[in-house]
Design a protein around this ligand. Structure first.
Ligand SMILES: [Zn+2]
Length: 115
């Protein structure tokens, strides 16, 4: 009997080496990773079943917010952070969705300056 958790899954009839026809559950394919801001597909990010073969550093690029944001969005946030850093803009006048990333970038800059 099919387990209740598997009832909604896609099934396929497969012939076994012994000659029996058996129903097998097909695992759904995982989609690509998307940017949190503009939802474009991220390049260089491994997803799905093959992901376990790779180490953490091989699964996504090693740039700031890589695997979360696309290049154009990252550049936009860094520019906003630099505006706050230089005093051109106030942190409260930045779009509220940007503020989370901008504060993280500012913290990164502070860490780099301490070294
Ligand atoms: Zn984006």
């Amino acid at each position: 009997m099919v387990q209740p958790k598997d009832r909604g899954r896609k099934q396929k009839r497969v012939q076994t080496p012994g000659g029996r026809n058996v129903l097998r559950i097909i695992e759904a394919k995982k989609g690509k990773a998307h940017c949190a801001e503009c939802h474009t597909a991220l390049r260089g990010v491994v997803t799905g079943r093959k992901a376990f073969k790779f180490s953490k550093t091989e699964k996504r690029p090693e740039a700031l917010f890589a695997g979360k944001l696309c290049n154009s969005c990252r550049i936009k946030y860094v520019e906003e952070a630099l505006k706050v850093k230089t005093g051109v803009k106030d942190l409260n006048h930045i779009n509220i969705t940007y503020q989370k990333y901008v504060t993280q970038i500012l913290n990164q800059i502070e860490k780099m300056e301490k070294r």
